[in-house]
Write a protein that binds this ligand. Structure first.
Ligand code: FAD
Length: 588
C-alpha cells in the first residue's frame, strides 16, 4: 500500500459552510492547491452559504503577506485592484494612543518596510535608545524604516512601470470586504468549487459524534466527510453542535463592540497609503481608505460607553464627514475556540476566534489556518496527531497575535480617561506578555524571542515599545559597547537608502489610477518630495547608495512574509501564475 491508510480511506469531498471572506478564501485556496496539479483524483469542494444570514461586512485592511497569497492563488493583481476597489497600505498610523508631557496625543507609524541589519554587533535599536534620532526623526520608525516617509509623501510602493506584484516597498492592501468575497467566489466557482445557496438547518452526527450530514432548508440532506465551519461568530458547527469551549480573552482585552460606517472621500487624490488607528475615550477608530470610499469604525468597550454614547463620540470624531452617517453596531466576541479542529470539523475565520482588528490580523489568520489544514490534511481515519498539531499551532498563532495587541494597551500612558487607566492598570496580563515586558527592562527585543513567530517580530515590538515611551529611563547594560560614530554613519546611510527606496515612486492616487487603467490624468514620474518629512536639513544628495550590510542579520524586515517571490513582470499574470511554482506565499 505504501501511502498512509490507502486510497479507499481518502477524503474525496470537503464541505465549507459560510460564504464570507473566510469561506471563499478557504475555497479558493483549497481548489488551487488540492486540485490544480491533481487532475486524476480531485477533491470535490462544495461551499454552502445562507442567502439569509449576511456576512459581517467589515474586515478591509490586511498585512504584507497578502500580495504573496493572492499571487500564489494565481490572481491578477490588477484585476483584484479594480474589482475590490483596493488601495495600498504601507503601515499603520497610531494616533493619540499615548500622550506627551503636555497631555497632547502622540503619533507613530507601525511600518512594513525597514532595515534590520545589526550595527556594531547589536540591534541598532540600542543606538536609537542611547543617542536618539536626528532632528525631526523622534520615533524609531523614522530612523530604521522608510514606510513613514512614503506615507507622509502619499506615494505608492510601486513604480508606474512595475507589473503585478512588483514593488519597491513592502505593502499590504485595503479592500472592499464584500467585493473581495464576490471576487473569490467567481474565481473559485470558475475553478470547480460547487456553490450551494441554502441554510444549514440541522446537523447529523454519527455514533462517534463526527458530522455525517447537514440538513439544508431547501435542498435536503448533504452528506459530509470533512466540514469547514466558516459561519462567523455563531460557529454553527464548532460551537453550537460540537460544543467546543470558547476561550474568552475579555480578561486581557476590554473591547467587545464595534460600530462601522462608510463615508466618502473628501478628496480622493489625497488618499493615504496607510490605515489610521486613532484612540478615543473608550477604544479606537479605524480608518481604511479604499479607492471609492473610506471604511471607518469605532471599536469600544460597553463597560465604558453605551451604544448611544459611543455613537455620539464617534460621530463627533468624524465631524462633517459623519454628518449623514448611521453607524451599524457589531457585537464582537474576543477569544478563540479551545480547539479549532474537532473530530471532522475545522473552524476557520470568526468561528475559530477573533482578536480585535487593531493590527488587521484576521484575514492573515484565515490564510494561515487554511495553509495548516492543507499541510496536515487527514484521511478518513482522522489521526488525532494531525488535529493536535493543527490546534497547537493555531493556538500559538492566536496567542502571539493576542500578546502583541495587548502590548498596545498596557503601555498606554493616558490619564484622561478611566478606560485607558483600566486598560493599563487593571487588565490581566498573560504570563507571556509579563515575561517579555520584564525582559525588555534589561534587553531589547530580538527575533529569537518569538519562537515560532507568525507575524510580529522584534521590529514590531521595538516600534510599539519605543513609540509609546515604555523604554524611557532604562539604561541597558549592552549599550555600553556602542558608539555614536556608528549611529551617525548609520543615519547618514539610512537617509540615502530611504531616498533611493522612495525615488521615482508615484503619488498613491495616480498609481491606483494607472493600475485601474484610468490614467488619463497627468501622471508625474516622481511623486516624492522630501520637504514634508524631515525637511531640507536631510537634503538628499544625488544618486543613491546601497545600505551597507552588516555581517549578522537579526531577521527579516518588519512584518515581512518569510519568503518573498522574486518580482516578475507578466502580460497575463493570472495565466502566468497558473504555471508558477505552487509552493505558496510563505511556508509555515
Ligand atoms: C469590527 C471588525 C473589524 C474588522 N477589521 C478587520 C480588518 O481590518 N482586517 C482583517 O483582516 N479582519 C478584520 N475583521 C475580521 C474580518 O471581518 C473577518 O475575519 C472576515 O470577514 C471573515 O469573516 P467570516 O467569513 O469568518 O464570517 P462572516 O463574514 O460572518 O460570514 C459568515 C458566513 O456564514 C454564513 N452562515 C451563517 N450561518 C449559516 C447557516 N446556518 N447556513 C449557511 N450559512 C450560514 C453566512 O451567510 C455568511 O456567509 C474585522 C472584524 C470586525 C468585527
Amino acid at each position: 500500500m505504501g501511502w498512509g491508510t490507502g486510497m479507499d480511506n481518502q477524503i474525496n469531498e470537503v464541505t465549507i459552510v459560510g460564504g464570507g471572506t473566510a469561506g471563499w478564501l478557504t475555497a479558493a485556496f483549497l481548489v488551487r492547491f488540492m486540485n490544480l496539479r491533481n487532475k486524476q483524483n480531485p477533491v470535490i469542494i462544495t461551499l454552502i452559504e445562507s442567502p439569509n444570514v449576511p456576512t459581517i461586512g467589515v474586515g478591509e485592511a490586511t498585512v504584507p503577506t497578502m500580495p504573496g497569497l493572492l499571487r500564489s492563488l494565481g490572481i491578477s493583481e490588477k484585476e483584484f485592484f479594480i474589482r475590490c476597489n483596493a488601495s495600498f497600505k504601507l503601515g499603520v498610523r497610531f494616533s493619540n494612543w499615548n500622550h506627551d508631557r503636555q497631555g497632547r496625543g502622540t503619533s507613530f507609524i507601525h511600518p512594513f518596510d525597514g532595515i534590520s541589519t545589526q550595527l556594531g554587533g547589536q540591534n541598532p535599536a540600542y543606538h536609537f535608545h542611547k543617542f536618539g534620532g536626528p532632528p525631526g526623526r523622534d520615533n524609531i520608525d523614522d530612523c530604521l524604516a522608510v514606510s513613514g516617509a512614503a506615507i507622509a509623501a502619499k506615494v505608492g510602493p510601486k513604480l508606474l512601470t512595475h507589473g503585478d506584484y512588483e514593488s519597491q516597498l513592502n505593502y499590504a492592501y485595503h479592500l472592499d470586504a464584500g467585493k473581495f468575497a464576490e471576487f473569490l467566489r467567481e474565481i473559485s466557482i470558475g475553478r470547480g468549487v460547487n456553490h450551494v445557496l441554502d441554510d444549514v438547518e440541522e446537523i447529523e452526527q454519527d455514533e462517534r459524534g463526527y458530522i455525517s450530514a447537514l440538513k439544508l432548508q431547501r435542498q435536503g440532506r448533504h452528506p459530509v466527510e470533512l466540514v469547514i465551519d466558516c459561519t462567523g461568530f455563531k460557529g454553527v458547527i464548532i460551537n453550537q453542535v460540537l460544543g467546543v469551549p470558547f476561550r474568552d480573552y475579555s480578561k486581557y482585552l476590554l473591547n467587545n463592540r464595534a460600530m462601522a460606517v462608510q463615508i466618502p472621500h473628501r478628496d480622493v487624490s489625497k488618499i493615504e497609503p496607510c490605515t489610521n488607528s486613532t484612540a478615543l475615550g473608550a477604544g479606537w477608530v479605524w480608518r481604511v481608505p479604499l479607492y471609492n470610499r473610506i471604511g471607518t469604525g469605532y471599536v469600544f468597550s460597553s463597560n465604558f460607553r453605551s451604544d448611544d454614547e459611543a455613537r455620539d463620540e464617534f460621530l463627533a470624531h468624524l465631524g462633517d464627514d459623519g454628518k449623514k452617517a448611521e453607524p451599524r453596531v457589531i457585537p464582537v466576541r474576543i477569544g478563540r475556540m479551545e480547539r479549532a479542529w474537532e473530530k471532522n470539523c475545522i473552524a476557520i475565520g470568526l468561528s475559530a476566534g477573533f482578536i480585535e482588528p487593531l493590527e488587521s490580523t484576521a484575514i492573515y489568520m484565515i490564510e494561515n489556518f487554511v495553509k495548516l489544514l492543507l499541510i496536515n490534511f487527514p484521511d478518513k481515519s482522522f489521526p488525532p496527531i494531525l488535529s493536535q498539531r493543527f490546534n497547537e499551532k493555531t493556538e500559538k498563532m492566536m496567542q502571539s497575535i493576542r500578546d502583541f495587541i495587548i502590548l498596545h494597551y498596557c503601555t498606554n500612558n493616558r490619564e484622561d480617561s478611566e478606560y485607558w487607566r483600566v486598560a493599563r492598570e487593571e487588565m490581566e496580563l498573560p504570563e507571556s506578555v509579563e515575561n517579555l515586558l520584564e525582559e525588555y527592562r534589561h534587553t531589547l527585543p530580538v527575533n529569537t524571542d518569538f519562537d515560532g513567530v507568525y507575524l510580529f517580530n522584534y521590529f514590531s515590538y521595538n516600534t510599539i515599545l519605543f513609540s509609546k515611551g515604555y523604554l524611557g529611563g532604562i539604561r541597558y547594560p549592552a549599550e555600553r559597547f556602542i558608539v555614536r560614530e556608528d549611529w551617525d554613519q548609520r543615519i547618514a546611510d539610512f537617509l540615502k537608502y530611504e531616498q533611493k527606496k522612495l525615488a521615482g515612486l508615484p503619488n498613491h492616487y495616480q498609481l491606483l489610477r494607472k493600475i485601474r487603467g484610468e490614467d488619463d490624468a497627468q501622471v508625474p514620474q516622481s511623486g516624492i518630495s522630501f520637504g514634508g518629512f524631515g525637511g531640507p536639513a536631510f537634503g538628499a544628495p544625488p544618486g543613491g547608495i546601497q545600505m551597507p550590510q552588516a555581517t549578522v542579520q537579526l531577521g527579516g524586515g518588519p512584518m515581512k512574509p518569510s519568503i518573498r517571490f522574486a518580482a516578475k513582470k507578466s502580460e497575463e499574470p493570472a495565466k502566468k501564475a497558473e504555471q508558477d511554482d505552487l509552493s505558496g506565499s510563505h511556508i509555515l
